[in-house]
Design a binder for this molecule. Structure first.
Ligand code: GTP
Length: 363
């Protein structure tokens, strides 16, 4: 059985304000912390020994996941006082690693067949194997060029359109031999794709890339976080399905259109509409005539009468005033009040693409 190192020590700046109070590995996906999905994926491939490579304030993660037994995995923590980068973080976890191991970026959701990748890795006797995934526009990524056998020839950072030879990018999933740790400087910031893999190629070490067509997304940006919800909703409840996670009140005149997941203890009042793909966290209150469409709400939100939410992300305990609108791509951090005072003012508009940080009042 392989061990896994999951890299979760990044800043998660692109997901702010969602990640201001919640580490990326803990943000809810279909109302479950993201790591639960990742742990489920690894378990499916018989990987249950997991080292979380965390940054300097890991308490929130450690307090929540503990030793992992609740999820059926064994968790240990490798803590960095200073950010060491993806490769430096793995070197920092060296004491836990004595056999082939898998490294994953902590923000990836995928169906890539890890067991198949391990078989290919063993067969090729590579020091490092990289999962590769296709993208539509390789010019904005670092691509990985391989020969016909799959051996990596070179890494090309953001190739110009006339120089594109492949659309395969590094999927952030590696199977590595412990010997690679001798090629990473200790206590020094270093990144695999920039500081470790290219020098290995120059030395003639064997590095393989395996192209996969399976589902793969990194939830590092709000649009991809929302897209993962939309994709997973269809997978879990079907195109029109509705799942209630516990008891909720739904008025007989309210409309819920799937795909949707409704957390427990929600209150969905008269003439309101929840239009999928949508997820309501536990104890959300959708008041009379409010419309929630294509949105993800974390727990405890209150959407007042006649308010409209469309394709937006709303973190815990937000209150949206009457007839307010929160539109395409907008994000509210925890505890945001849209409206003012104890009675929220009416008709505040949060324009497309606007972000509001935790605890702020917008009116
Ligand atoms: P942004 O600030 O939005 O770029 O987020 P990020 O740094 O969390 O994500 P990025 O895509 O840069 O990193 C990919 C993965 O590697 C994420 O799961 C990060 O948590 C993780 N990671 C990045 N840098 C470090 C690091 O210095 N140490 C550790 N342990 N993990 C890291």
């Amino acid at each position: 059985m392989m061990k896994a190192v999951i890299l979760v020590g990044g800043e998660a700046t692109r997901l702010r304000p969602l990640t201001c109070n919640t580490p990326k590995i803990m943000i809810p996906v279909l109302n479950r912390p993201f790591f639960e999905h990742l742990a489920g994926y690894l378990k499916k491939h018989n990987v249950i020994d997991i080292v979380l490579a965390v940054g300097k304030s890991p308490e929130q993660i450690q307090d929540y996941f503990g030793d992992g037994s609740r999820l059926g995995v064994r968790l240990t923590y490798s803590i960095e006082d200073l950010a060491l980068g993806t490769a430096g973080a793995v070197k920092n976890a060296e004491r836990f690693l004595d056999d082939s191991f898998v490294v994953l970026n902590g923000d990836i959701f995928t169906d890539i067949d890890l067991s198949a990748m391990l078989r290919l890795h063993r067969k090729s006797k590579a020091m490092a194997s990289l999962a590769l995934t296709p993208v539509d526009d390789p010019t904005i990524y670092g691509v990985v060029e391989t020969d016909s056998e799959g051996r990596v020839r070179r890494f090309i950072e953001k190739p110009s359109r006339d120089k594109v030879t492949t659309n395969m990018i590094n999927a952030g999933i590696y199977i590595l031999e412990p010997d690679i740790l001798n090629h990473i400087a200790p206590n020094t910031f270093s990144m695999f794709e920039r500081d470790v893999f290219p020098p290995l190629l120059e030395e003639g070490q064997v590095v393989y890339g395996y192209p996969f067509q399976d589902y793969w997304i990194d939830i590092g940006t709000p649009d991809k976080y929302l897209k993962l919800h939309h994709d997973l909703l269809r997978r879990h409840v079907g195109n029109r399905g509705i799942e209630f996670e516990g008891e909720s009140f739904v008025h007989s005149s309210a409309q819920i259109e799937g795909p949707a997941i409704i957390g427990e203890g929600c209150f969905i009042d008269r003439n309101s509409i929840v239009k999928g793909p949508a997820v309501l966290g536990a104890r959300c209150r959708i008041e009379e005539g409010a419309v929630v469409e294509g949105a993800v709400l974390w727990q405890g939100c209150q959407i007042s009468r006649g308010a409209k939410l469309r394709n937006c992300l709303v973190a815990c305990r937000c209150r949206v005033g009457e007839e307010s609108e929160i539109l395409d791509g907008s994000i509210l951090g925890d505890d945001v009040l849209v409206g003012r005072g104890s009675e929220l003012s009416k008709g505040t508009k949060i324009w497309p693409g606007k972000n509001i940080g935790p605890g702020k009042v917008s009116s």
